[in-house]
Design a protein around this ligand. Structure first.
Ligand SMILES: Cc1c2[nH]c(c1CCC(=O)O)Cc1[nH]c(c(CCC(=O)O)c1C)Cc1[nH]c(c(CCC(=O)O)c1C)Cc1[nH]c(c(C)c1CCC(=O)O)C2
Length: 358
């Protein structure tokens, strides 16, 4: 073994020893689960609101590396979370593919719609996304230099189905009706959209990893509306393809998959997709998830985000309940979905205190 390789090995070991998130993702059962929170950089924090006001609007915040890095760091400074998640949005990728994207205050995202073969033909290719997304990679670079050494940096993308639901409808929808309709009526175009998103996501995540992301997460927020063979074809299979290619390019890269509200679909998701960790939403109990999902590997979750609004003894009890239920396997503590703007920052501190000090 050359001295250089030996040094690399020990550096890698030292990195693992400090980063509890990487240890849990590697299958280790820790006495205290590491913790981070979906949407931890967000509107419930006054410092986030101040930086967002400085940026002007949400998309300018996403595309200004110094400010995006600043909001990513804010919850790390305030709470000492074990992971930081890149501040960006799953809808930047369709924008980089040529869709128009804007956010309507108080309502959410709007996109130009992709609902026909001719709309699809106007989109760019997988290799044409990086000019638009370069500032995101720059944010990752700043973060990998500025984060505390014990904090793990998570990069992310939306899963193809979830991103497709927004591209097809042009907005968020309750039942993903327009995407299901296109799947039924013009399956060829629908499959082309899923394929383009699958290969583009691989390129997007690869650049994040090259810039310093240590873990990547796939958000499939609407996986729960895919049933039976559709779930296998459009939630499992794209995740499997993305994870296989990411691991071929970056051996040892840990991947978290979040097929939200998959229910029974969570069972076997590790094995079917190759994910190191499956994130669990709060529509299933932690006991059920421990019995049926944690037996396959690390899980992340799943405190109901409503406790971040209501707090008190119920928050303490529910936090202990999640920790207890997942105690016998690898676990990363998180909420079952993102923290909401009406949450009280004090309740986040109470949750962390309960996890770390019992
Ligand atoms: C579906 C989805 C989107 N974006 C995302 C998902 C998947 C996860 C989920 O189900 O929540 C993922 C996302 N969005 C954001 C992040 C950053 C990292 C984090 O802290 O988790 C991540 C990982 C920032 C954001 N993305 C958005 C905000 C709020 C924007 C603001 O500051 O006004 C943040 C902090 C906006 C956004 N972005 C999106 C919607 C529907 C909205 C509007 C709803 C809302 O306002 O919460 C699309």
């Amino acid at each position: 073994m050359t001295p250089q390789v030996a040094m690399k090995g020990s550096k890698e070991e030292a990195r693992m020893a400090e980063k509890t998130i990487l240890r849990a993702l590697n299958g280790e059962i820790l006495p205290t689960p590491p913790v981070w929170m979906m949407r931890q950089a967000g509107r419930y924090l006054p410092e986030y609101r101040a930086t967002r006001a400085k940026a002007g609007d949400f998309l300018s915040l996403c595309y200004t590396p110094e400010l995006a890095a600043e909001v990513t760091l804010q919850p790390i400074r305030r709470y000492g979370f074990d992971a930081a998640i890149l501040f960006a949005d799953i809808l930047l990728l369709p924008q980089a593919l040529g869709a128009d994207l804007w956010f309507v205050t108080g309502e959410g995202p709007r996109l130009s719609t992709t609902t026909s073969a001719s709309d699809f033909a106007k989109l760019k290719g997988r290799d044409d996304i990086h000019d638009t997304l370069a500032p995101v990679y720059e944010t990752v670079g700043i973060l990998s230099r500025e984060l505390p050494r014990e904090t793990t940096l998570i990069g992310f993308a939306g899963a193809p189905w979830t991103v497709a639901t927004y591209m097809i409808a042009g907005r968020g929808t309750k039942d993903q009706g327009p995407a299901h309709a296109l799947k039924a009526e013009d399956r060829e175009t629908f499959v082309k959209i899923i394929d383009l998103l699958t290969v583009s996501t691989i390129e997007y995540l690869s650049k994040q990893v090259e810039a310093g992301a240590e873990v990547v997460k796939l958000f499939d927020s609407w996986a729960g509306s895919l049933k039976g063979p559709d779930f296998e074809e459009f939630a499992v299979e794209p995740a499997r393809r993305i994870i296989a290619e990411m691991k071929a390019r970056f051996p040892g890269l840990p991947v978290i998959a979040f097929p939200r509200e998959a229910g029974e679909g969570y069972i076997g998701f590790h094995e079917k997709t190759g994910a190191d960790c499956v994130a669990i939403d709060n529509s299933v109990s932690p006991e059920w998830a421990a019995r049926n999902v944690q037996i396959s590997g690390c899980v992340q979750g799943n405190l109901d985000p409503k406790h971040m609004i209501t707090g008190g003894q119920a928050l303490i009890d529910a936090t202990r309940h999640v920790v207890e239920a997942f105690r016998n396997g690898p676990h990363i503590f998180n909420l079952g979905h993102g923290i909401t703007p009406d949450a009280d920052p004090e309740n986040v501190a109470l949750m962390i205190e309960t996890i770390r000090n019992g």
